[in-house]
Design a protein around this ligand. Sequence first.
Ligand SMILES: C[S@@+](CC[C@H](N)C(=O)[O-])C[C@H]1O[C@@H](n2cnc3c(N)ncnc32)[C@H](O)[C@@H]1O
Length: 408
Amino acid sequence: MQTKLFDITKRADYTFKYNTKLGRHGWLRLTPAYSVKLVEEIIRSDCKKGDVILDPFSGTATTGLVASEMGFSSVSYEINPFLIWFGNIKCHNYSVNELDILQKQFNQCLEKIVMSDGFWVPPIHNIERWWHADTLMILASIRNRLVETFGEPNGNHYHNLVWVAFSRLIIETSSAAFNHVSMSFKDTTQYGFTQIKSLLQTIFSNIIHSAKTTLTGYAQVIHADSKALEIKEKECFDAVITSPPYPNRISYIRELRPYMYWVKFLKNGADAGALDWETIGGTWGIATSNLKNWTPTNKNLPAHLYDVCDKISRCEDKNAETMSKYVHKYFDNIYSHLLNMSVLLKPNAKVNYIVGNSSFYGHFVETQDIIAECMKQIGFTIIAINTIRRRNTKKGLLEYNIRAYFNI
Ligand SMILES: C[S@@+](CC[C@H](N)C(=O)[O-])C[C@H]1O[C@@H](n2cnc3c(N)ncnc32)[C@H](O)[C@@H]1O
C-alpha cells in the first residue's frame, strides 16, 4: 500500500482549533471535529459542480456546512440526537430581518431574569464538580427565563439559536477539561450574575452575526445508524467526506453530556451508555460491559486486525480481553458501515476517510491500513493513504486520509 508522508507535524490548522473563529463553525466546540480547511481542500480537489456529498458521521456537521458554504448539496448521517439538532441549526439559512427581531426579543428577555435556587437543574452526576453552586443557580435562573420566552429546544431554528448560545454558556462557565480519555476538573470558578449575563450576550450576538451569512448550497443532517443503514435509494452520492470515530476509547457522549442534559436530550446516565453502545467505538458506561457478550457480525476481516487483537488480548492486564474485543467490534462495525454505504454510491464516487491509529498496551492498531483493506474487500480502489498530522505527543499517533474510489 502506498503511503505518502507530506507532513507529520501537529498542524493545528488541521484540527477543530482552526474552526473556532470561523463563524458558524465556532458555535460549539467538539474536540474530534475536523478542520474546515481540510474539508475545503478535499472538496476543491475531488468535487465538481452539482456533486452531492455524503458524510455518514456528521458530528458537528463540519462537512455539511463547508459543502453548503461552497455551493454543494450534502446529506449527513448522525446517531446522536443532540448533534442532529445542532447540525441542522448550523446549516440553516436565516433571514436577516428575523434575526434582528430575535436579537431584540433576546435582549428584552434578559432584562427580566428572576433569581431562585428552586429552578430545574440537570440530573448530572456530581454536578457540583462542573459548576460552582452560585454559578449553577444563575445558569438555572437564566435557563428558566429562556424557557418562558422561547420554549424548550424544538423545531424552531430561530429559537434554537438561543439554545445554542446557552449551550456555549454552560461550557464556558464549567470547570471540566476535555483533553484526555478520563476527563479532569479544575476547581470550580464562581461567576457573578453580571459576568454571566454579559458573556451570554456576547455569545449570542456573535451567533446572530454569523447566522446572517448566506449559504449557497444545501445541507441536512438525518438520524441514521451508519453501520445499519436502511437503503431507500441507491447510487445517490458522488463523494464521501467523513471522519468516523477512531478506535481510541474517546466517547462523544462524555464530551457532549453537559450540553445534552441542559437542553434535555439526555435524561440519565443509563441512556448515555445505551446510546454509546450504538455508536461506533462507544465506550461509556454499559457500552464497555456489553462487550463481554458481543459476537462479530462479519467474518474474514483483514488478517492484521486478528493479529493485533490477539496481541492485545494476551497482555497482562485485567481489561486486556475487553480491550481486544473493543478493537474487534470497532472494525466489525466499520466493515458493516462500508458495505452498507457502498450501495448509496454512484460508480466512481470518491471517498475520503479521515482516521487515526491508536495504541493498546504498546500495540499499535493501524486503523488506516485495516480500513483500507476492508474497503478493498468491498470493491473500493485505494488511491492513497496520506498522513495528515501528528495527533499528540504520544509517539506514533497520527491522523490519515484514506482516499479511494468506488468502482463497482
Ligand atoms: C469523529 S466524529 C465526526 C466529527 C465531524 N467530522 C465534525 O467535524 O464534527 C464521529 C461522529 O460519528 C458519530 N457516530 C458514531 N457511530 C455512528 C453510527 N453508527 N451512525 C452514525 N453516526 C455515528 C458520532 O456520534 C460522532 O458524532
